[in-house]
Write a protein that binds this ligand. Structure first.
Ligand code: GMT
Length: 375
């Protein structure tokens, strides 16, 4: 199949899922065309089945806002015609499903019928898309998609609750590749980051408000009062400076390392003992799954799709949003004892195996077949 994938090219989240999906589909023999405004972070292009087409939006001083949707839909039309693409798969409803629908209509006018699959990722529904300024357009583009998928049951329910959706929504969870060669407990790198008696706790995100970044610091503060520990903060975003200030205020700045955005996520997770994800909401929590796939237990909030990923008392623990005392207590239950820690590490890896890429990607292939049959 020739598939156009539209996504955000950013670190983490929907962009990573879309990129990893495209790469796996290419390995399975499909021809993949990524269409976005810059090269996706995890996209390596040395593959004859993988193509990247950049959407350019020329700056024009008349426009207060440059019309990205217009440029994207035009690019989609051109690429579908040039490469004889069979199907559009758009990740994140805003504005991709909207631009995809416009492209579909323009192509229809030229006698080309192309199906569109829309994957909902979370904030496109729960945070941004739900805003009254966007809601009619988001509802419309979801209803006009040939197949709609969501990354968790919880997100499906939220979508049906918040929007007037006529379409069936198929749940296809996010997926992970487990690198068996990864050196868990990388002693040498670990020794650069922490003393041998210190536990390493890690948080990875885009440092937006929804991630409850101060809770990460506050949970860590409570942990390090009881046991020797270091905190690795990976990623960048508006709340990073708040976290830095809070660490300073609490006097723990020497125990916290801020990495910024990193391409070495797996190495960092490879020497981590615990992953913290206290988000306000999380449709899935891909970062938690990536941690588990590296054998790192997760202490997270009990919200959105997180209970579908993190198994309470097995791969980690779930606490009410904002309950930093409970999160710290749970973290200490895991970290205090070497035998317990190793058990949770093993369980985290076992739980991650439910989401192996080989099991999940065929579900997308089924959905593509279904979409093609519809048109
Ligand atoms: O978490 C973010 O803020 C980024 C966002 C995105 O769209 O890139 O992530 C969402 O999609 C991810 C991939 O499906 C999910 O794992 C995240 O849970 C989801 N984020 C939220 O729901 C807040």
């Amino acid at each position: 199949m020739k598939i156009a994938i539209v996504c955000y090219p950013t670190f983490g989240g929907s962009g990573v899922v879309a990129t990893e999906l495209g790469l796996e589909l290419a390995r399975r023999g499909h021809e993949i065309h990524f269409i976005t405004y810059s090269q996706p972070v995890r996209l390596a292009l040395l593959n004859p089945n993988v193509h990247y087409h950049e959407v350019n939006v020329p700056e024009y001083p008349l426009f207060h806002y440059q019309p990205y949707e217009l440029a994207l839909s035009s690019k989609l039309v051109d690429m579908v015609k040039l490469h004889h693409i069979d199907l559009l798969h758009v990740h994140y409803a805003i504005p991709h499903a909207y631009a995809g629908y416009m492209a579909k209509q323009m192509l229809k006018d030229e006698g080309i019928n192309i199906p569109m699959v829309t994957t909902l990722h979370g904030t496109d529904i729960t945070l941004v898309g739900n805003h009254p300024f966007y809601k009619p357009a988001v509802t419309f583009s979801i209803n006009k998609s040939d197949v709609v998928t969501s990354v968790s049951q919880s997100l499906k329910e939220a979508t049906l609750r918040l929007f007037d959706i006529k379409n069936e929504i198929v749940v296809i969870p996010n997926f992970i590749e487990i690198d068996e060669t990864i050196n868990r407990n990388q002693v040498c790198k670990r020794s650069v980051m922490a003393n041998s008696d210190e536990r390493i706790i890690t948080h990875i995100s885009n440092f937006r408000k929804i991630k409850n970044i101060p809770d990460v610091v506050n949970v860590f503060y409570r942990i390090q009062e009881k046991i020797p520990a270091k905190l690795m903060m990976v990623g960048d975003g508006p709340e990073k400076v708040i976290a830095e200030e809070l660490c300073e205020k609490l006097g723990i700045q020497d125990k916290v390392i801020f990495f910024g955005n990193s391409n070495e996520i797996h190495q960092i997770l490879g020497y981590s003992d615990l992953f913290l994800l206290p988000s306000e909401t999380e449709s899935f929590g891909l970062a938690a799954l990536e941690a588990m796939a590296c054998g790192v237990p997760v202490v997270s909030s009990n919200t959105g799709g997180l209970p579908e990923v993190n198994s309470h008392g097995y791969s980690g623990y779930l606490s009410n949003v904002g309950d930093v005392d409970d999160m710290a207590e749970n973290a200490l239950k895991i970290l205090r004892n070497e035998v317990v820690l190793n058990e949770f590490k093993h369980n985290a890896l076992e739980t991650a195996k439910k989401f192996l890429i080989d099991k999940i990607v065929p579900l997308y292939e089924n959905v593509y077949e279904e979409a093609l049959e519809k048109t």
